[in-house]
Write a protein that binds this ligand. Structure first.
Ligand code: ZN
Length: 381
């Protein structure tokens, strides 16, 4: 059922193609942006229409009960009721589209959000308590029953209650938009002491690369070791189909990318590419939520950036098994919201205590040659 609905509402997303020839971050197609904007606009517009409708229904019924020009007041109540119904349809259609169409965020993002569940529960309550007023007003309109002040009073109070519930829904939606109630919640990482974060090591604008310190030398032995250790951190990605974007220019040509961007749907699980330990959970304007990890030889540092969230319980210094869940693909930092991806970098380190320093190597040849497979050991799914 859900699959059918998803197909129906599915919006083709261009970033899926990005795992093809060019692995760069694609700009979102403009029509998809327009659709997102239109859906969000109609969804919000329904709020104004609905609140106005249900409020005027209540006011008109009150006027009718008090005997003000009977027919006119009832007609106003029916009009308010019609707007209220229209708003419900708008909410439902644009809401379903946004939920299942993946126009903005993956379905799993919404389903995993407590704020979203609260919002849906409130919507269901509003619909449930609307059943009786809707049937009553239909009978009045069709003149199959005579309007009674007693019923009018009940509908009036139900309408006011619905206004309050809509207000609570807006609160839940606001909380959701600000990331409250999302599990697993991204952990706030305190800024680093100056000693371990050399200034300039983390440059702005997709420069979550590790800055070469000039002292790290990459030997054939290092590469052989890494090739034995490493595995693709995303299940869905086949390295033979990827093209390197290690040397792509970023920041207006001022620097090289020095990483690979692995395009994947938001909330795709990210697994540790090698056994070792977490060096640092770090947050920056460019890289968003990041994990810096050392391999078991402590010669290599792996960087995972733009995460949507961390695996529950992951913290600095935690030991890592290869394949262990460390987080989820996202677009935090300077990644485009329409193109969630994992920015994955590998660097030879002279000293892993300086977790943001190292000589970056192109991850792709190593991932292609990798002999390891994800064991899922300790995977906290
Ligand atoms: Zn990148």
């Amino acid at each position: 059922m859900l699959a059918v609905l998803r197909k129906l509402f599915r919006v083709p997303e261009r970033h899926k193609e990005a795992t093809g020839p060019r692995n760069a971050v694609p700009a979102g197609p403009s029509w998809a942006v327009d659709l997102r904007l239109a859906l969000a606009w109609w969804h919000l517009l329904a709020l104004a229409i609905g609140l106005g409708g249900v409020w005027s229904r209540a006011r008109a019924l009150r006027a009718w009960r008090r005997g003000s020009t009977a027919d006119d007041a009832l007609r106003r109540a029916y009009t308010g009721d019609a707007w209220w119904g229209l708003a419900a349809l708008l909410w439902l259609s644009t809401g379903l589209w946004r939920l299942l169409g993946g126009t903005e965020k993956a379905t799993s993002y919404y389903v995993a959000s407590h704020a979203f569940r609260l919002k849906m529960a409130l919507f269901l309550v509003i619909i449930a308590i609307e059943v009786w007023p809707m049937r009553t007003l239909v009978r009045w309109r069709r003149r199959t029953s005579v309007p009674s002040p007693h019923d009018a009073l009940r509908i009036e109070w139900i309408s006011y209650l619905q206004c309050a519930l809509v207000g609570a829904m807006v609160l839940a939606a606001t909380a959701m938009a600000r990331g409250y109630g999302i599990a697993p919640a991204p952990r706030a990482v305190p800024p680093l002491p100056a000693s371990s974060a050399p200034p300039g090591a983390l440059l702005p604008a997709d420069s979550v690369r590790m800055a070469p310190s000039g002292t790290e030398t990459v030997t054939d032995e290092d590469i052989a070791l890494l090739t034995r250790e490493i595995a693709m951190p995303l299940d869905s990605v086949d390295p033979s189909g990827l093209h390197s974007n290690f040397d792509e220019r970023r920041g207006g040509g001022t620097r090289r990318h020095q990483a690979i961007d692995l395009m994947a749907a938001r909330r795709t699980p990210i697994h540790a590419a090698a056994a070792g330990r977490v060096l640092k959970l770090f947050t920056s304007a460019a890289g968003g939520l990041m994990v810096y990890a050392a391999d078991s030889s402590e010669r290599w540092i792996m960087l995972y950036a733009h995460l949507d969230g961390y695996a529950p319980g992951l913290r600095d210094g935690a030991p890592l098994a290869r394949g262990q869940l460390i987080g989820f693909v996202g677009s935090t930092g300077n990644a485009q919201a329409s193109a969630p991806h994992l920015h994955f970098a590998i660097a030879r380190s002279a000293d892993v205590r300086h977790w943001s320093r190292g000589r970056a190597i192109d991850p792709l040849p190593v991932l292609r040659a990798a002999t390891g497979t994800l064991s899922r050991a300790g995977a906290a799914r």
